[in-house]
Design a protein around this ligand. Structure first.
Ligand code: GCU
Length: 430
């Protein structure tokens, strides 16, 4: 049953792959000097107007430039991958879900000393011949809310309003298992997938100050908050997902070539950014991510750039606020994030009653990313119109909308598995 195993494992093999994750430092003009674009800007046109016609130009020039643009004007640039990434297996249980799975709780730490630790809950299917494909993503309220398991560690950090069982912003036992219907962990095991998740507040509590989480540990001397082009909370969360991937690629139970990122809403925005920035992530599923994620910033439907910046000023860098009344000056839109993921598969999943997240606008975003997929020689959306609710469509660019409201449900996972199966062949091969 439960084994207390504490294994220090220095993560090697990260050198060049990790350095390659980070865009070169870019300098771009002030927002007032950007030319307006009424429509979604062409992802295959360089900032200086040149066309991108070859895969080499895409890979060597435009892709790095786009990464730089989205960091500079919107999410802020995250620091390079940290040194000293280490993992410690705190607990394992190889009799999970009636013996179908093994649970591991893994603490991931990194330099500088004193930086927050990530507490990863990893559940892998037992008895497979090959390493398992895995989903990785952040959760809103702590690992303990997702399973019926009194041994899972409670988060020790600040928890937001709405956290089940929390008292004075601290997690308590009363929250255990209260969000079991959100992450379909046992179903994932039955479909042959491992799942890795951690509480987003491990990396940065979701509140508008930069005094906690990872930010203070990476501030240049004399600064008390990130600079105007430096990482906001969503970029920090995405960076945290990359730290979980640092661990997952070293775990022999996991197939490092089949890691999919998933997330709901603000954590879906994060999932898309993580996949855009980290090419080790093989597939992305942002669910109902909306403005600042999967919906176009240039849209009058649902949440606007001004609204998201006013309500959640910490999510993006300060420069993004300059677009509140002039979104048409953005030199990219959210299809550029999808383009950065190309040629890897992306699924946008939605709900009919969640118009705040602009499901129709999201369909248009996928469409606008398609030319990059075509340039890279793979299929894109493959359909002209939004499908009726309940039908998954698309090739590398998948789209799904179901009846109902803004939420992540056990049924949503069936679509996630179907989409991942399409692209991760042999996912269910034992
Ligand atoms: C708010 C916010 C959205 C966000 C959502 C969520 O509704 O306006 O941008 O996606 O919260 O994260 O649940």
């Amino acid at each position: 049953m439960n084994r207390l195993a504490t294994i220090m494992l220095v993560i090697a093999s990260l050198g060049s792959a990790r350095r390659a994750l980070h865009a070169a430092e870019h300098e771009f003009p002030p927002v007032s000097q950007l030319s307006p674009h009424a429509n979604l800007p062409d992802p295959l046109r360089m900032f200086d107007g040149r066309r991108v016609d070859t895969t080499e130009q895409w890979r060597d020039e435009r892709r790095p430039e786009l990464k730089g643009l989205v960091e500079f004007y919107m999410y802020g640039a995250a620091p390079p991958a940290p040194h000293g990434v280490q993992s410690r297996i705190e607990r394992t249980d190889d009799a999970y879900f009636g013996g179908k799975a093994t649970k591991k709780e893994v603490t991931i730490s990194f330099d500088p000393k004193g930086a927050p630790e990530i507490h990863l809950l990893l559940i892998v299917p037992n008895g497979r011949k090959r390493p398992a494909p895995a989903f990785v993503g952040l959760n809103f309220h702590g690992n303990h809310t997702l399973v019926d398991d009194p041994t899972v560690a409670l988060p020790a950090v600040w928890m937001p309003n709405g956290t089940p069982g929390a008292v004075d912003h601290r997690a308590t036992d009363a929250g255990r298992g209260k969000e079991i219907g959100v992450w379909n962990l046992e179903g994932s095991i039955d479909r042959g997938y491992a799942v890795a998740t951690f509480y987003c507040g491990d990396v940065d509590p979701d509140k508008p100050d930069f005094s906690d989480g990872v930010h203070p540990h990476y501030l240049p001397a004399g600064q008390t908050k990130p600079g105007p082009h430096s990482w906001g909370t969503i970029a920090a969360w995405a960076w945290g997902i990359s730290r979980a991937v640092d661990y997952l690629v070293t775990d022999e139970a996991i197939d490092p070539r089949r890691i999919a990122v998933v997330g709901h809403s603000r954590l879906g925005k994060t999932a898309l950014l993580a996949a855009a920035m980290d090419e080790r992530i093989a597939l992305a599923i942002p669910l109902q991510a909306g403005c600042g994620g999967t919906a176009p910033s240039r849209s009058t439907v649902g949440e606007s750039v001004r609204q998201i910046n006013d309500h959640f000023p910490h999510w993006f860098c300060d420069t993004f606020k300059e677009f509140n009344e002039q979104v048409e000056r953005l030199p990219f839109d959210q299809h550029s994030l999808v383009a950065l993921v190309a040629p890897r598969p992306v699924l946008f999943a939605n709900a009919v009653e969640d118009q705040w997240a602009n499901p129709a606008g999201q369909f248009a975003v996928l469409r606008a990313a398609e030319p990059v997929y075509r340039l890279l020689g793979v299929g894109g959306q493959g359909v002209e119109r939004m499908p009726e609710p309940g039908r998954l469509v698309g090739d590398r660019l998948g789209y799904f909308i179901r009846p109902g409201k803004h939420s992540m449900t056990r049924q949503d996972w069936e679509v996630f598995w179907d989409f991942a199966d399409q692209h991760f062949q042999e996912a269910n091969e034992k």
